[in-house]
Design a protein around this ligand. Structure first.
Ligand code: PHE
Length: 457
């Protein structure tokens, strides 16, 4: 194993880490994926299960991943190599690197749509009030245009490469520091506007009043997948980010803060989307286009709505960028640490390969009939990638990380790494039980259930 430490880096401070980790966690997962998945799965009951998964599985797995990275100061593959002699576990790290790549190859497509929306907003498309039908026409014009969809995907990957090649602390920390608080302000204003729309309250009760008759096996699976996806877990992003964690900083507090912040942003996005959706008479199970179609219907009813639209889509694009950076970073850190590549070379080559793999997903929303109904499955290629990498692969990764920390490396060693700066963690006994028993059993139960019922998507 060749260790190229010179091309590694470290966050300049605990705040730097929190910003970067929150930057990875907060992204399209919160604002695009959470609302539409909640809408497809009946709302309140699904949201409740999601919150339970964040608390019982998300936070322990997050701490477990950070503890591994902080201990080894390596990428996911190198981390497992450093902590065991077994040949099996580094493959789990390898699955993480592959998953990061798989996620990036569809995430960049949706992130590209946000760039088109910045353009639309700047050119005044959302200046007046528009109906849900008009909004939906704007959306499908963008996503079904093959040249445009490929161009936008490529542009987004290019932006990602340009930040990642500059290294972790310089590139990532600075981008996030100013813009994250701004995103929160815009979201809060939009939430106020949305809940005060006529008929908006029905949206809030859809989001928060649980109706368990609407919960399906697939819903439970996607709630788990979404909890992992949203917190960037199950594929080593947090192992990688933990590897840059300052030695003297408080890890448990930082991890929990990131988890709460990420969840708050997702719920806030729900509070914006659902009232607006009920007010505009759009169906909640509209699928992946939901956020893009619903939001433009409320900008027109805000004073200076067009400025809001510009700010919102620009910030959404940046939130997506701080997530794509972490996805590419996992892959780059592996090639830098273990293969001795330079950061520059790894960023360009991996980014370019990912672009090639993203093209089918870019064409999957009407541009190509083949990819829009992939092999006659009734699912478009982007949705298939989203489920495969963004739900299944993360779920498998998360269970393996729990088994590794709980039973192979050992909870005491993980706690030693978590508390290595002298900041002690509350609830150690609970963490032990969760990571050894509750998390693996719950994840396994969900997986078995899915296999038995065959409700994969
Ligand atoms: N958490 C990111 C989001 O919510 C997506 C992501 C998943 C990033 C996995 C890194 C790893 O947008």
């Amino acid at each position: 194993m060749a260790l190229a430490t010179s091309d590694r880096g470290s966050w300049s401070s605990r705040t730097g880490f929190i910003l970067a980790a929150a930057g990875s966690a907060v992204g399209l997962g919160n604002i695009w994926r959470f609302p539409y998945t909640a809408g497809e799965n009946g709302g309140g009951a699904w949201v409740l299960i999601y919150l339970v998964f964040v608390l019982l599985i998300g936070i322990p797995v997050l701490l477990a991943e950070l503890s591994i990275g902080r201990k080894t100061k390596l990428n996911p593959v190198g981390s497992f190599e450093a902590l065991t002699k077994s040949k099996f576990w580094p493959w789990v790290g390898g699955l993480g690197v592959l998953t990061g790549f798989g996620i990036l190859a569809f995430y960049a497509v949706v992130a590209g749509w946000t760039l088109a929306y910045v353009y639309e907003a700047v050119t005044g498309a959302f200046a007046g009030s528009i109906s849900a039908e008009q909004s939906s026409a704007i959306f499908s014009n963008i996503i079904s245009n093959p040249g445009l969809a490929i161009l936008l995907t490529g542009l987004f990957l290019l932006l990602t490469i340009l930040v990642v090649r500059g290294g972790v602390s310089k590139g990532i920390e600075k981008t996030t520091k100013v813009l994250m608080p701004l995103l929160v302000i815009i979201l809060v204003i939009l939430a106020f506007r949305s809940v005060t729309l006529p008929g908006g309250m029905a949206g809030l009760s859809y989001l928060f009043a649980p109706d368990f008759s609407k919960l399906t096996g697939t819903g439970i699976m996607t709630a788990l997948g979404q909890a992992l996806f949203s917190l960037s877990l199950g594929m080593g992003a947090m192992i990688t980010y933990g590897s840059y964690f300052p030695d003297d900083a408080n890890l448990p507090a930082s991890g929990v803060q990131v988890a709460f912040f990420d969840t708050a942003i997702a719920v806030l996005a729900g509070i914006i989307i659902f009232p607006a959706l009920f007010s505009a008479g759009v169906a909640p199970d509209g699928g992946a286009g939901l956020v893009f179609v619903v939001l433009p219907t409320i900008f027109g009813s805000l004073p200076a709505g067009n400025l809001f639209a510009i700010a919102f889509y620009a910030l959404l694009a940046i939130a997506a960028l701080t997530s794509t950076i972490s996805l590419l970073e996992v892959c780059v850190s592996y090639f830098v640490d273990n293969r001795g590549w330079s950061r520059e070379k790894a960023a360009w080559i991996l980014g370019a390969v990912c672009f090639g793999l993203a093209i089918p997903s870019a064409l999957a929303n009407g541009a190509s009939p083949f990819f829009s109904d992939f092999l006659g499955s009734g699912f478009d290629f982007l949705t298939i990638q989203n489920n495969l990498w963004g739900n299944f692969s993360l779920t498998i990764g998360a269970i393996l990380i729990c088994v590794f920390v709980g039973w192979i490396w050992g909870v005491d060693k993980a706690l030693g790494s978590i508390e290595s700066s002298g900041h002690s963690m509350a609830g150690k006994a609970l963490f032990r039980i969760l990571i050894r028993f509750v998390c693996p059993a719950a994840i396994l139960a969900v997986l078995i259930f899915i296999v038995i019922t065959g409700n994969f998507f």
